[in-house]
Design a protein around this ligand. Structure first.
Ligand SMILES: [Zn+2]
Length: 109
């Protein structure tokens, strides 16, 4: 078991400032939206410019790393889409065939 197997209290020590306007994040605004034994997903939004990040905090034997990804999703949407099946090659082929054909794309969505 890794030393940080419990969710880290906040990603704010790893990502302290908004990458767009450089304002310091409010730690109380960070929301934990998902967690496994080794990965904790946080959602943080900037109170100044309103840009949002999904922050993955990865805990390994070598230490703790974080990756921030800009998102336009809301925290509840992250939870919703997390539980969907991954897009497969067959899904892509079906989409391609649908767009190439005369089928109504909107009816497939
Ligand atoms: Zn900002």
């Amino acid at each position: 078991m890794y030393p940080f197997s419990q969710p880290i209290e906040s990603p704010m020590r790893l990502i302290a400032n908004c990458p767009f306007c450089m304002r310091q994040y409010d730690p109380l605004q960070a929301q934990l939206v998902g967690s496994t034994d080794t990965t904790h997903i946080w959602y943080v939004s900037c109170v100044v410019c309103r840009h949002a990040l999904m922050v993955a905090v990865l805990v390994t034997e070598g230490g703790v790393n974080s990756v921030g990804i800009v998102t336009d999703l809301q925290p509840e949407e992250l939870t919703k889409y997390r539980d969907l099946s991954p897009i497969t090659a067959d899904d892509c082929l079906l989409l391609h065939a649908s767009l190439a054909g005369d089928r109504d794309f909107v009816s497939l969505v």
